[in-house]
Design a protein around this ligand. Structure first.
Ligand SMILES: *Cc1c(COP(=O)(O)O)cnc(C)c1O
Length: 438
């Protein structure tokens, strides 16, 4: 295992001659020294590679008739929006904050999909005023409010409907959203979705261009995606037959699984487009409908493998016959996913990366919660105070879910590219912590 590249879950990680962990070729121990800890590091080259592979899969299997929209909730900041813009891919946003971030870097609004199950009037107005490409309408109240807002502005907003196709995505209950008992979208089985389509077609200031579904997250199976596309095409065909309305776009959401630990076995992402396009083409031919423009919305799979988090070890507590706690200078405030979902991560002592992992530990954060853990039963090199621990594949849903619990400052985010590093998000300061206090 010594220095074996296969011991890491992401391919951009390696070990240098000093025995230090590297990301994108840069020494993580030096990065920790230069920027401080806790620290998020994102490998921009790998982010771009993921964007291109999704894009190429649409080119290869679907004649380029589609758009990859990065789900920005996975990791959003101005620099990430700039990278997406540069790669020519679109952006999913779920709030005015995410939309504002995109606006602030001049992101092309026609490539934005605006999601969310409870958009406020202010958010709808911001989207309408900026001609956001597609607003994904979640419920009938939103449809009516959006029609009113568009009317006042004298425009016709392009919308999609979020549909619950009722597909079980074989994933963690908390992130399963395709089934009928979900707060997101219109149900197909009950006829709710069809009624909404009927209504939308009758309204003057919305233009129903497409349907959307998102069946879950961290999914390793291709079958649920294929099944969802089948259900959606059938619905598109139904709408054409019964209402004479042509649905031009089909947004199949995101949810592609990534490798957090050796137990995870993601399929290559182009297999997904390969299988889905076969099904979509076959059904469209059978039902005599035009091939829809396809959108996919990968979030985690673009950002997660590109990121790591670096911490400094403060103390180590051996509790005989129970466990060993290794305490680090961050925790649930920068990575709440273990506390929320018991999500598993791999960790490495960055300054001992070529040594064997011969201890099994619990990595604990510094927040005042017993549940503030990065993980339990984690194989790790023997850690002592002052060591740097790298937690791997933290590029998605870590920074974006971080908080100021215990009034901790949020870490900086550093991007690495072509062997160079730069700050993309500054570390918060104590002044930031009190900035809104009167
Ligand atoms: C969360 C979400 C995504 C992205 O999911 P990942 O698992 O990160 O790929 C895409 N679309 C919608 C509507 C979402 O809510």
């Amino acid at each position: 295992m010594k220095g074996d590249i296969k011991m890491f879950v992401s391919k951009n990680l390696s070990v240098n001659e000093k025995g230090d962990l590297t990301i994108g070729g840069l020494d993580t121990v030096e990065l920790a020294g230069k920027y401080g800890t806790p620290l998020y590091i994102m490998d921009e080259d790998l982010i771009r590679e993921h964007c291109r592979s999704f894009k190429q899969s649409i080119d290869k299997y679907y004649g380029g008739k589609g758009l990859v929209c990065y789900a920005s909730k996975a990791f959003c900041c101005k620099e990430m929006c700039r990278v997406m813009m540069d790669e020519g891919i679109g952006l999913d946003v779920v709030s005015e904050g995410e939309l504002y971030t995109a606006l602030s870097v001049g992101f092309p609004m026609d490539k934005i999909c605006f999601h969310g199950n409870n958009k406020t009037d202010e958010e709808l107005l911001l989207a309408v005023e900026n001609n956001v490409g597609r607003i994904i309408v979640d419920n009938i109240f939103e449809l009516e409010r959006l029609n009113d807002i568009s009317k006042k502005k004298g425009i016709k907003a392009n919308i999609m409907f979020r549909i619950k196709p009722g597909v079980d995505a074989h994933t963690h209950d908390f992130v399963k959203t395709g089934q009928i008992d979900s707060k997101f979208g219109f149900a197909l089985e009950t006829g709710e979705a069809f009624e909404a389509v009927k209504k939308a077609v009758s309204l003057e200031n919305v233009n129903l261009v497409g349907l959307h579904c998102h069946i879950g997250s961290q999914i390793f199976d291709i079958d649920p995606f294929v099944l969802a596309s089948e259900i959606m095409i059938n619905f598109i065909s139904d709408i054409k037959t019964k209402l004479g309305h042509k649905i031009k776009e089909l947004d199949l959401g995101g949810g592609f699984g990534i490798k957090y630990t050796e137990d995870d076995t993601p399929v290559p992402y182009d297999r997904y487009m390969e299988k889905v396009s076969v099904k979509v083409k076959e059904l469209c031919a059978e039902k005599d409908i035009e091939l829809p423009f396809i959108l996919i919305e990968p979030g985690r799979s673009i950002a997660a493998p590109a990121g790591i988090t670096l911490y400094t070890v403060g103390g180590v507590k051996h509790i005989p016959n129970i466990r060993t706690y290794v305490s680090v200078d961050g925790g649930m405030c920068d990575n709440p996913r273990y506390a929320l979902y018991k999500s598993k991560y791999d960790a490495v002592v960055a300054n001992k990366a070529s040594k064997p992992k011969d201890t099994v530990v619990t990595i604990a954060g510094k927040c005042c919660e017993s549940g503030d853990l990065i993980g339990e039963c984690m194989p790790l090199q023997e850690a002592v105070p002052g060591d740097i621990i790298a937690v791997l594949a933290t590029g998605a849903y870590n920074y974006s879910m971080s908080s100021n619990y215990n009034r901790l400052c949020k870490p900086a985010v550093v991007f690495v590219k072509n062997g160079e590093s730069r700050v993309a998000v500054k570390r918060e300061t104590l002044e930031d912590i009190i900035r809104n206090d009167e």
